[in-house]
Design a protein around this ligand. Sequence first.
Ligand code: CTP
Ligand code: CA
Length: 232
Amino acid sequence: LARGTTSPDLAGRHVVVSAGGTREYLDPVRFLGNRSSGLQGYALARAAAARGAEVTLVAANVALADPAGVKVVRVETTAELRQEVLAAAAAADAVVMAAAPADFRPVTTSEAKIKKAADGSAPAIELTQNPDILRELSADRVHPGQVVVGFAAETGDASGSVEELAREKLARKGCDLLVVNDVSGGAVFGSPDNEAVILAADGAAVPVPRGSKTVLAHVIWDQVAARLGRDT
Ligand code: CTP
Ligand code: CA
């Protein structure tokens, strides 16, 4: 497999990458969040820049330095992530949703810090579902040739194997490529390594053996590059 780390095969292309995990605030100091470190998204942004792309990185709550030569837009909530990703996607040849948006947010965010009740009772938190950014991106392609990529961390269960569930997710989302991590064995969160299968809507399945998130990033861009530019 050609890695093409130095070949400027993405020169003249604009790509958007989302990274990190969104936060949904309960009050000014508390939020619902998740463990996404942003490492894979940052590796994707750096790899695309190294291949000559103009890169917009929409970063949600990551503790990582801005990569050189990349436009970084920082966000916190899923609503902000959605707004910035959709805005940047309007001029993009490819969009990779490596971020982990919170699936739910509190129906209301208290303007004041929530206080403990004197009687020892706990507040109930009512949640509502967040919009699905990947699905929206996939449905409203701005460019005919735009390539949309999603990620999925899956565990197999009684309803199906990891690959079966991932195939269903790919179809449900409507994206071109779905990068699937099998997380049955343990966490990939915060790890420098990753192992994945890249499923394509055209039926292809590219296994990527355990290796650095940088290597996976380049294989993902190889797959994107192969599907780009049919309209240029
Ligand atoms: N995603 C998104 N918007 C959301 C939730 C997820 O764009 N509100 C994107 C993620 O960035 C990822 C892909 O969708 O690229 C798959 O995320 P995942 O959490 O696996 O999908 P869900 O539809 O939320 O399904 P699940 O119930 O398995 O969490
Ligand atoms: Ca989810």
